[in-house]
Write a protein that binds this ligand. Structure first.
Ligand code: G4P
Length: 541
C-alpha cells in the first residue's frame, strides 16, 4: 500500500457514543459535530432526534428512513484526523442494530449523567463493548447541575462495570458553583467563561502546580481547598494514565463537563484525538487482517431494508477493515463465493447522502444490495480468502410467538419469517421436537417486533399478530469445556423451555431471575451464555 493511502488509514478514528437515554448523547454529538464543522448551527442533531422520537410506529419510521440513514454515520475532521461517529440509536429505537453497530467501532465514549451514574442501558451497551475489548472513554456530563461526587461516580463505574477509572480532568465545583476543570495531564485549569456554542468558550490558564496562589485567587479558597485535597488523593491513589491499559480496555479515561453549556467538550475531543486508536487489526478465520493490507476487506454489520419500496432495495452497511475502497470495484462475497460490483456506494455525512468514490479501512460505507448480503458477511478482494468472525448474537429480552391471521397465507408467512430472521430482524428459536411449528421469536428491543410485523405485511402481504411470551431471559447453554449440548430435557435441571437457535445451539428460556439462578446453581457442568460470539463457536460440536 502506498504511503498516502497508509496515512489516510492511520488518520481514521471510528467510534460510537453509548449512554442511557437522557444522559446527553445527542447534545454531546451535536457539540462534537460543531467542532468538526460537520454542522453549523446548534439544534440540527436535536431536531433530527425529535423528529424520530415524535413518531409512534414503524410506518412513520419508514417515512423518516432517509433521515435516519443519512445520519447513521457522521464524519468530520478534527486535528488532522478523519473521525467517523456511528449513531447507536437508543430510546424507542433500541434493538440489536444498536449492539451490532458497536462491532464496527474501534473505541466508544460512555456518557454518564452526574446525578444518575451507571444506568441500565449504559451497562448493557458497555457489556457489548467488553465482548470485543473496545477501549472506552468516559464523559461525566451535566456538571452544571448538582450531582454526585466524582469519587462516588468513579467508584460506581469500577464496581458495576469492572473497569478502572483514571480521571484526566477533575471538576472544580458543581451545579451553580461549577467553575471549570483541572486538566491532570496538562496541569492546566480551564475555567468557564460564558454559555454558548463558540469554540473558544473557555479560558485556559496554566499553573505550575495545583497549589498555585493565582489559582486560589481565581476560584476562591473554598473550591481551591477542595481541589487541592481531591487532586492529592487522586494523584496518590490512581497514578498516571496508562495508554496501553486503555487500549486493552482495562482502564477508562474519565473527563467531566457539561455538554449543554459546551464546557469540557473541546478538552474531551482533544483527549480523544490524542488517545483514540486508529483502525485495529481484525481477526478473521484465515488469520489477522491488518488495516493497511493491500487487500480490501470489510464486514456487514447492519442492513436497512426497503429503502425504496418500488425496487425492494436494501442498504447494507459495511465496515472496511483493510485496504481501500474505490467505487465500481469488484469484491468477492465470502459466503456466496461470487463476485459483486460495488457501484452504488453511499457515504453518510451528517446531512447529505453522497456517492462515495474512495474510502479507507475504518470508514463505513452503505452499499445497495439486491438480497445477497446478511449480517456478518465478508466482502474482500484478492486471492487470499478472508472471512471475519461474524457478529455476536445477543440474548433477547422480549419474547413472542406469532400467529397468522389468514391460514391460506401459510407459505408466504413461513417464507417471510424465515427471510426476516435470517436478515437479523428478530431471532427465531424452535423446539426441535416439533420442528418449525410455532417458533418463539426474541428481540432485545420491542421495536424489532414492530419492524417484523410491518415488513411481513408490507413485503409478504401477510397479517400477523404477536402472542407475547412470559420469558425474561434466554441463555445459550454449553458444557463448561465448550462442547455443544444436545436438546435433552433431562440435561438441564430447572429450565422450563428448551429451544434451538437457527444454528442448532441449545437455548434455555427462563421466566424469572430466580429460575435462571436456580438452573445455574444446579447445573455446575454447564454454562449459561448471554451472547453467542462467533460462527466458529457455533458450528463446532
Ligand atoms: P440523549 O441523547 O442521551 O437522550 O440526551 P440528550 O442529549 O437529548 O439530553 C437529554 C436532556 O438533558 C436534554 O434536556 C438536554 O438539554 C439535557 N442535557 C444534556 N447535556 C446537559 C448538560 O450538560 N447539562 C444539563 N443541565 N442538561 C443537559 P431536555 O429538557 O430534554 O431538552 P432541552 O429542552 O434542554 O433542549
Amino acid at each position: 500500500m502506498n504511503t498516502s493511502d497508509t496515512k489516510e488509514i492511520q488518520r481514521r478514528r471510528t467510534f460510537a457514543i453509548i449512554s442511557h437515554p437522557d444522559a446527553g448523547k445527542t447534545t454531546m454529538t451535536e457539540k462534537l459535530l460543531l467542532y468538526g464543522g460537520a454542522i453549523h448551527e446548534a439544534g440540527e442533531v436535536k431536531a433530527k432526534k425529535e423528529r424520530r422520537s415524535a413518531r409512534s410506529d414503524w410506518m412513520k419510521l419508514e417515512q423518516e428512513r432517509g433521515i435516519s440513514v443519512s445520519t447513521s454515520v457522521m464524519q468530520f475532521d478534527f486535528s488532522g484526523l478523519r473521525i467517523n461517529l456511528l449513531d447507536t440509536p437508543g430510546h424507542a429505537d433500541f434493538s440489536e442494530d444498536t449492539y451490532r453497530t458497536l462491532a464496527a467501532v474501534d473505541s466508544a465514549v460512555m456518557v454518564l449523567d452526574n446525578a444518575k451514574g451507571v444506568e441500565k442501558q449504559t451497562r448493557k451497551l458497555f457489556e457489548v463493548c467488553r465482548l470485543r475489548r473496545t477501549p472506552i472513554f468516559t464523559f461525566i456530563n451535566k456538571l452544571d447541575r448538582e450531582g454526585r461526587s466524582p469519587f462516588e461516580l468513579m467508584d460506581e463505574v469500577e464496581k458495576i462495570l469492572n473497569i478502572q477509572c483514571n480521571p484526566i480532568s477533575w471538576p472544580i465545583g458543581m451545579g451553580k458553583g461549577f467553575r471549570g476543570i483541572y486538566h491532570r495531564l496538562r496541569k492546566k485549569v480551564i475555567v468557564f467563561q460564558d454559555e454558548g456554542f463558540a469554540t473558544d468558550e473557555a479560558k485556559e490558564l496554566s499553573f505550575s502546580s495545583v497549589t498555585d496562589t493565582g489559582l486560589r485567587e481565581l476560584i476562591g479558597p473554598e473550591l481551591h481547598d477542595q481541589l487541592v485535597e481531591d487532586i492529592e488523593l487522586v494523584d496518590g491513589t490512581i497514578g498516571p494514565f496508562d495508554q496501553e491499559a486503555f487500549l486493552r480496555a482495562e482502564v477508562t479515561p474519565v473527563m467531566f463537563g457539561s455538554a449543554r453549556t459546551n464546557f469540557g467538550i473541546r478538552a474531551f475531543l482533544e483527549l480523544f484525538c490524542e488517545t483514540a486508536p486508529a483502525p485495529f487489526p481484525q481477526q478473521s478465520y484465515q488469520g489477522v487482517v491488518n488495516p493497511t493490507d493491500e487487500q480490501f476487506s470489510g464486514f456487514i454489520f447492519k442492513i436497512q431494508a426497503n429503502m425504496d419500496k418500488m425496487h425492494r432495495d436494501r442498504v447494507v452497511f459495511l465496515r472496511i477493515c483493510s485496504g481501500k475502497f474505490e467505487r465500481g470495484m469488484y469484491a468477492k462475497h465470502a459466503r456466496l463465493e461470487k463476485d459483486i460490483r460495488l457501484s452504488h456506494s453511499a457515504q453518510f455525512m451528517a446531512r447529505d447522502r453522497s456517492l462515495v468514490e474512495v474510502a479507507y479501512a475504518g470508514d463505513i460505507i452503505g452499499l445497495h444490495d439486491t438480497g445477497n448480503c446478511k449480517i456478518g458477511d465478508t466482502l474482500y478482494t484478492g486471492s487470499r480468502k478472508i472471512e471475519f468472525a461474524g457478529i455476536p448474537q445477543f440474548s433477547p429480552e422480549f419474547f413472542a410467538r406469532v400467529d397468522l391471521a389468514d391460514p391460506l397465507k401459510r407459505k408466504q408467512f413461513n417464507k417471510g419469517l424465515y427471510e426476516l430472521c435470517e436478515e437479523g430482524t428478530v431471532q427465531l428459536f424452535v423446539d426441535p421436537r416439533v420442528g418449525d411449528q410455532d417458533p418463539v421469536l426474541g428481540a432485545v428491543g420491542q421495536l424489532q417486533f414492530e419492524v417484523l410485523l410491518y415488513r411481513m405485511k408490507d413485503e409478504y402481504g401477510v397479517d400477523a399478530r404477536l402472542r407475547p411470551q412470559p420469558f425474561k431471559h434466554a441463555r445459550w447453554i454449553r458444557y463448561r469445556d465448550g462442547r455443544k449440548t444436545a436438546v435433552d430435557p433431562g440435561l438441564v435441571k430447572g429450565t422450563l423451555s428448551f429451544l434451538e437457535d437457527r444454528l442448532k445451539n441449545l437455548v434455555g428460556l427462563f421466566t424469572s431471575d430466580f429460575h435462571l439462578q436456580w438452573a445455574e446453581q444446579n447445573n455446575p457442568d454447564l454454562v449459561f451464555l448471554e451472547n453467542m460470539m462467533s460462527r466458529v463457536e457455533t458450528e463446532e460440536t
